[in-house]
Design a protein around this ligand. Structure first.
Ligand code: GLA
Length: 730
């Protein structure tokens, strides 16, 4: 296993526990992609015999070989302008106005450990857990070199990719596109799965057959977005949760992105993923290098479940960092849906007192505590406590909350500025807007130019001062609009195209500095809920508020889609009131509980308004969550039903040792004379016996997986399900 190279043949094989990825530089130095799938231990180039395909031209050095065309064969990193007419991974503009690249193999290197990418989030691993392969390709005419990096985490079946583009020529080159992933699949009948949505309805699953031509999912919003997630799956037409082949890709980046999938004239598939080229340009002077963000790849021959397990493990254990990465998360109460902007110290303390009685660990003070902020029209940027609302300041409030035995957390939206703020009045040039044009407002606010070091410094100091002013254990880092009107006062006209990526580099630098300097603070990401739910943000924030939709029924769908790629511990999820504020729907408090427990758990309502039975339920829920937290966050997660088209949302957590199992979910509708439903479990030890907690029922793992378990008789709508089983000893 690991990296296998055949120097003579210029053949490379990346071997993980259950997968193999092959490439070979051919006689012309063209790096071909040969294979990504199950381990085959054979050079798969024998499958690549092409005919003379009309209008697919031939490189000059192929001489009279008209069967050799860059337009037909699978390439490892496709470049434009030299006869491959499919989607390029890289585009450049040379000083003479031409834009061709002809990348040929130059050299390679195998290294211990996993490469890091300066300034960008990426998978990390101990030296003994990972290896790196670097293959350098060169465009002789211009001196542009491309280093393709592969990180291999054998045990997890994970391959990561990133690309360094070095200008080793004498003249400047302008990068117009620099994708992180190019994956050519010459054979197979693939379907495409991606995750679309909107605010309060993120990551809906869409699965489509491939059309000839190009299909795309992308964001041009300056964030990874609610509308499309920077991840995709290519799966065999017969792929299900347990069976079939699939390749998943997850972009470790939080800005605009583009995924394009092309089905070419020979029914071959190419997938290209990276920073969105229409919002990207980068000037590379002689001697300079550009690093692309990373893509995480995994292949499963056992359906979507195994693919998700690989992603969950790599993201939880090799992307997320810090004190809370694997630790228990505090059960929190957030005041947003309880008060919105209308609160003062007493109101917050009332909420905290009730929460403390019921067993909640932390109070999070949401939007409205700073500057002039009684609505969303003003105040952003003025990160100073509003003492009219919080008499006695933050220190007083935090001390009182600590006396209740609780921790304290606070909301920030650092990247934003309101026009009605002291910050904007003193620094209008810090906002992203184009001179001579009226800016587009989003939630009345403008975006700060995070590419500027003075803006980063200001934000670091504001946040740092608040953190120093009181004992703060948590920050909710929000971001509530899409970015447009791209223009920086700090960049020359010719460099304006660099702003969207420079913004991301600035944001990551700020987050890196704060998380390093305040290692005990838990950071939770947020962007109007899950508008920036991606592996890039998870490098700094081990949990992200999954959606502003807290309706339990809708949440089962949102969390179902999210679970294909992202681990359960990453999902911020709260119980709120009924009728629900987003949908008006009424669901039982227990259904809200099991849904919110599929994540980093909390509450978002005025607990004082609950009946005594409901309060009792809250106390028990918190105890249960704490009892199950290690299983929920650290166990293996299975989707047992598809809430998009079935009458249930059911999911399962199995402990690593397979001796504990928890099934959660709900039956959406009860109808008269309903047949009892059974659900087949996954991931159990077939010969072991499992007992249902609180009952005498004992079944073998095989019976539970093949025959299933009966769900209780439901009554009413959104009927909650919780089934806990333990392996019997001996
Ligand atoms: C966003 C967040 C909410 C809340 C509000 C506050 O919409 O997703 O949870 O923090 O902002 O303005």
């Amino acid at each position: 296993m690991g990296i296998y190279t055949d120097e003579q043949e210029r053949f490379f094989s990346l071997r993980t526990k259950n997968t193999e990825y092959q490439m070979q530089a051919d006689e012309y130095g063209v790096l071909k992609h040969l294979w990504y799938g199950r381990p085959v231990k054979t050079n798969m180039s024998y499958l690549l015999e092409y005919t003379d395909v009309g209008f697919s031209g031939n490189p000059y050095d192929a001489e009279d070989n008209r069967r050799y065309s860059l337009d037909t064969m699978p390439l490892e990193y496709a470049c434009g302008g030299t006869g491959d007419f499919r989607i390029p991974a890289i585009s450049v503009l040379h000083t003479d106005g031409s834009n061709s690249l002809d990348l040929r193999y130059k050299c390679h290197q195998v290294k211990k450990g996993k490469y890091a990418i300066p300034g960008l989030p990426a998978v990390y691993a101990n030296e003994d857990k990972a290896q790196t392969l670097e293959i350098t390709l060169c465009d002789c005419a211009s001196g542009v070199e491309v280093i393709l990096r592969y990180g291999i985490l054998e045990e997890l079946d994970i391959i990561t990719r990133n690309v360094a583009i070095c200008n080793n020529g004498n003249a400047e080159v302008i990068l117009k596109k620099a994708a992180s992933l190019c994956l050519d699949l010459p054979y197979g009948d693939w379907e495409w799965v991606h995750f679309h949505g909107r605010h309060t309805m993120e990551r809906m699953v869409q699965r489509n057959p491939l059309n000839y031509g190009i299909q795309e999912s992308a964001s041009t919003r300056g964030t990874s977005s609610h509308q499309q997630n920077p991840s995709f799956i290519l799966c065999s037409t017969d792929c299900t949760e347990k069976r079939g082949e699939c390749i998943g890709a997850c972009f470790v980046y939080s800005g605009s992105f583009q995924t394009q999938i092309e089905c070419d004239q020979l029914s071959q598939v190419r997938a290209v993923m990276g920073i969105h080229p229409s919002l990207f340009e980068w000037h590379l002077s002689a001697g300079e290098t550009f690093e692309t963000p990373e893509v995480i790849l995994t292949y499963s021959s056992n359906g979507f479940s195994k693919m998700s397990h690989n992603f969950h493990k790599v993201i939880r254990e090799h992307i997320c960092r810090g004190k809370y990465q694997l630790a228990q998360r505090p059960v929190l109460i957030n005041n947003w849906e309880a008060t919105y902007f209308d609160f003062d110290t007493d109101k917050i303390l009332d909420i905290a007192k009730e929460a403390a009685k019921l067993g909640v660990d932390m109070l999070v003070l949401d939007d409205g505590w700073f500057g002039k902020r009684d609505s969303d029209c003003s105040g952003l940027g003025d990160w100073f406590v509003n003492e009219e609302k919080l008499s006695g300041g933050l220190e007083n409030l935090v001390e009182q909350i600590k006396k209740l035995g609780m921790k304290f957390g606070i909301w920030f939206e650092p990247e934003m500025v309101s026009e009605d703020s002291m910050l904007y009045r003193s620094h209008p040039e810090w906002a992203i807007q184009i001179p001579g044009r009226k800016p587009t407002r989003g939630r009345y606010q403008l975006v700060l130019d995070l590419s500027r070091s003075d803006v980063q410094e200001y934000l670091y100091n504001c946040i740092s001062n608040i953190l120093k002013s009181a004992d703060i254990s948590y920050i909710k880092w929000d971001m509530n609009r899409s970015i447009c009107d791209w223009y920086s006062n700090n960049l020359s006209a010719e460099n304006q195209g660099e702003l969207p990526h420079r913004y991301m580099l600035g944001l990551y630098a700020l987050l890196e500095r704060l998380t390093t300097d305040y290692p005990n603070v838990l950071f939770e990401g947020c962007s109007g809920g899950g508008g920036r739910f991606d592996a890039g943000m998870l490098y700094y924030c081990p949990q992200i508020w999954c959606s502003d939709d807290t309706d339990a029924y809708e949440r089962t769908k949102i969390q179902y889609g999210t679970s294909f790629i992202y681990p359960i511990s990453a999902v911020g999820s709260h119980i709120s009131v009924t009728p629900n504020h987003q949908t008006g729907r009424i669901t039982p408090i227990e259904s809200r509980a099991v849904t919110a427990m599929a994540g980093s758990f909390g509450y978002e309502l005025d607990l004082g308004m609950l009946s005594s039975e409901e309060k009792q339920a809250v106390t028990e829920q918190i105890k249960r969550f704490k009892q199950f937290e290690a299983l929920i966050h650290g166990g293996t997660y299975y989707r047992l039903s598809n809430p998009m088209n079935e009458n249930t949302a059911l999911w399962e957590y199995v402990s690593e040792s397979m001796d504990e199992v928890l099934v959660h979910g709900m039956i959406f509708r009860t109808v008269p004379n309903m047949k009892r439903q059974r659900i087949r479990l996954s991931g159990l030890c077939p010969d072991c016996k499992y007992q249902v907690t609180g009952k005498d029922e004992v079944y073998t793992g095989m019976a539970l997986m093949q025959g299933g378990i009966l769900l209780p008789e439901s009554c009413g709508d959104y009927y909650p399900i919780e089934i806990h089983l333990k392996k019997q000893e001996g």
